[in-house]
Design a protein around this ligand. Structure first.
Ligand code: UDP
Length: 242
């Protein structure tokens, strides 16, 4: 485990996290994974409730090159970044073979239906249902009831961070899903509503830059990256001096 600005990240490769997911689902007991990037870590500095919620997760993975670099600076390298989208895509590919029941919660109705359709075509045996992510607080009980009625083994929630993680944490016991995980914009990517950054950008670890150029409204959110780099560097320096 590597702690960065109060968040304890697992030191696992994507393969190892995937294996842990399989074990969680096999166990049948509720488990939660959070994929945390620099933005989430910085937000948590201001919101103590997010800090508590992150501590309750079974695994927190480094979602973003910023976290991997920060770990490296403090001499505790993490093997690699493990993103929500990659994990979700792998779990979906494995779900039919394991007969896992999958519930997708999030994105617009068009995007959700597109993703369900694409997945049903790709994995005809897949047992999958979903609901869009535009519901009011008053409708939350209905959303929870619908998920409970389907009894999923895997719940992928794409409401954006931190809302998706707050939702999962709040209903963890009630839903009792063996594996629940926030997946950001994954439903949009599966449906094709939003394109993933090209492979070159993924390989060069500059997906964030690609997304920034494509969606300039992300700039405000990305401004937190230098703040994260500075805070993580300062924390690393203090640790080395001890
Ligand atoms: N979303 C949603 N309900 C909302 C707000 C957002 O379902 O009230 C969805 C949105 O349609 C998108 C996802 O949440 O599919 C957020 O994607 P983004 O790429 O912003 O995720 P992040 O960067 O937080 O991982």
């Amino acid at each position: 485990m590597v702690e960065i600005l109060g968040v304890t990240f697992c030191e696992l490769t994507e393969d190892e996290v995937f294996a842990a997911c399989t074990d969680y689902i096999a166990s049948g007991a509720p488990h939660v994974i959070i994929t945390a990037g620099p933005e989430f870590v910085m937000r948590l500095q201001r919101e103590p409730s997010l800090f508590e919620l992150t501590r309750r997760a079974d695994l927190v993975t480094p979602d973003g090159i910023g976290i991997v670099l920060a770990a490296k600076w403090r001499g505790r390298p993490l093997p690699e970044r493990v993103t929500g989208v990659e994990l979700a895509l792998r779990l979906l590919a494995a779900a039919a073979g394991h007969q896992w029941r999958v519930y997708l919660l999030g994105a617009s109705e068009t995007s959700l239906q597109g993703a369900l359709e694409a997945l049903r075509v790709r994995y005809p045996e897949l047992l999958i249902q979903g609901r869009n992510g535009y519901f009011k607080a008053a409708e939350e009980a209905d959303v929870v009831a619908a998920i409970q009625a389907f009894r999923p083994d895997l719940l992928l929630v794409g409401l954006g961070q931190p809302r998706q993680d707050v939702f999962i944490d709040r209903y963890r016991d009630q839903l009792a899903v063996p594996l629940a995980m926030g997946v950001g914009g994954t439903i949009d990517i599966i449906s094709g509503t939003v394109e993933r950054a090209p492979v070159w950008a993924q390989r060069m670890k500059v997906e964030w830059l690609y997304r920034l150029v494509r969606e300039p409204k992300r700039l405000r959110r990305q401004l937190v990256l230098p703040q994260f780099a500075f805070a993580a560097w300062r924390e690393g320096r203090a640790l080395r001096r001890k």
